[in-house]
Write a protein that binds this ligand. Structure first.
Ligand SMILES: [Zn+2]
Length: 454
């Protein structure tokens, strides 16, 4: 009996098989030695109540443990208390091993399946899972990024705000929506808000408003990637409109034009270059639109300072031929709404690597999210043990012990060692304290590649 149960805190007294579950009647192996309120050791039995706890499934069936749980009364302080039970989570009315079982299973199966396996309802599964996420966030508290990336991804049916640590290539957090209120709430909860110096984002007004409100000291940068992409979209709009107005005879002259137009001039093959010249001669607006796109990209290729960039962007706008200007309206609007943040990008050239790498896996992440709630996908991405490894680093703590010389590499990085005398007072000891920055994106992508989340 006991070997089936295998819980060190309990004896199994009897076992009953029911249609859908196993029921094991148990008693505690240990009796309390002292009152938890005052420590007095003379206790007497007060009363007994029957309690039921869920346990991890056995033989493919849910298990419940039945116990006659004693209540004791202290002879000294007169207070009563319930018999303490090993291996039991009193809050969730289940064994701790069932709790662990649920937490592990919820990462790889839906709450509905785990509920069926354990005989619990989905709500309980969710609560246990939430406890887990809560614990994880305390076990690995992520350091507040210096350069924060704010972006979005379509996950589990909606757009979610994704926060990244740009310098550490890690996912810092994921929010249920990209609404200002969600972003504000998150930014307000940051451990070290002053640590955020730069925030890079796409041109989504609520992000900017949230950052300005909560982190007024942070410099907002529009990601170069997002702004140049608009010029490509404008060219695409021109291509479609021009093409739709052609008759059949002229339309035949175009072939693969979308592919060629999307390429940068320096990566065109000789053949493609000739085609482009031919098209420009036949359909001048198409050629002009391509040139406008290229000129815009070139602006961002150069190492301009913000002042020169501002002039160059204005020149670019002025140089737009009137007959194609309307195709580029989305871009000119973006320039007028976001000019300071776009210019910041020239002084602080940071770009969100997340956008390029994770979005490439959009389909895999979608598949990973099938049948799960957003919270599970978030936990799977954020707290993946493998992806949290590479960004873990050791920090060094000082200790008051005189040594001859502190290691040179340390002297350069810590202001504590400014003077020669201080150098000699401290000894550096590597104590292995870990820092977490969130799920390392390259590792995470690697896992997706290997199908770890399928
Ligand atoms: Zn007592």
């Amino acid at each position: 009996m006991d070997c089936l149960l295998n819980l060190k805190g309990f004896h199994a007294l009897s076992q009953q098989e029911h249609e859908g579950h196993l029921e094991i009647t148990v008693e505690s192996r240990f009796k309390p030695q002292a009152c938890p309120h005052c420590g007095f050791s003379q206790l007497y039995s007060h009363d007994k109540t029957e309690q039921v706890f869920f346990d991890a499934p056995m033989q493919g069936k849910p298990v419940i443990l039945k116990i006659q749980r004693m209540r004791y009364k202290c002879r000294s302080c007169g207070k009563t208390f319930r018999e303490p039970l090993d291996d039991i989570d009193d809050k969730r009315l289940m064994t701790t091993r069932l709790k662990e079982y649920i937490q592990k299973r919820s990462m790889s199966d839906t709450f509905a399946v785990v509920a069926r396996e354990t005989g619990l309802d989905e709500k309980t599964i969710r609560h246990v899972f939430d406890d887990y996420v809560d614990t994880q966030s305390k076990v690995m508290p992520f350091e507040t990024p210096r350069v924060l990336g704010i972006d979005e991804s379509k996950l589990v049916g909606s757009y979610r705000c994704i926060l990244t640590n740009i310098e550490q290539y890690s996912i810092f957090d994921m929010l249920p929506s990209r609404k200002k209120a969600d972003v504000v709430r998150h930014l307000k909860s940051l451990k070290n808000p002053k640590n955020v110096q730069i925030v890079t984002m796409d041109m989504w007004r609520p992000y900017k408003d949230a950052v300005n409100q909560v982190l007024p000291h942070a410099i907002v940068v529009v990601d170069k990637f997002h702004i140049v992409r608009i010029s490509l979209e404008c060219l695409e709009k021109a291509r479609k409109t021009i093409r739709s107005k052609l008759d059949r005879k002229d339309r035949i002259k175009l072939k693969n034009e979308r592919f060629v137009l999307s390429k940068r001039r320096h990566s065109l093959t000789d053949e493609e270059f000739e085609k482009l010249q031919q098209w420009s001669a036949w359909f001048p607006d198409l050629g002009l639109s391509y040139d406008a796109k290229e000129a815009f990209y070139c602006l961002f290729d150069q190492d301009l300072d913000s002042k020169t960039a501002e002039q160059a962007l204005m020149d670019w706008q002025r140089g737009l031929s009137p007959q194609i200007a309307h195709y580029f309206e989305a871009l000119t609007t973006a320039l007028s709404n976001w000019m300071p943040e776009i210019l910041n990008g020239f002084d602080y050239p940071v770009t969100n690597t997340y956008t390029e790498s994770i979005n490439r896996y959009e389909k895999d992440v979608q598949r990973m999210g099938r049948g799960y709630s957003f919270d599970v996908v978030r936990a799977k991405m954020l707290y993946n043990a493998e992806a949290n490894k590479p960004t873990t680093s050791t920090i060094r703590k000082k200790k008051r012990k005189p040594v001859k010389e502190a290691p040179a590499f340390y002297l350069m990085t810590d202001s504590l060692f400014d003077s020669q005398s201080t150098k000699q007072k401290y000894k550096i000891e590597i104590i292995g304290e870990k820092r977490y920055y969130g799920a390392h994106i390259p590792t995470f992508c690697n896992l997706l590649d290997k199908g770890e989340f399928d």
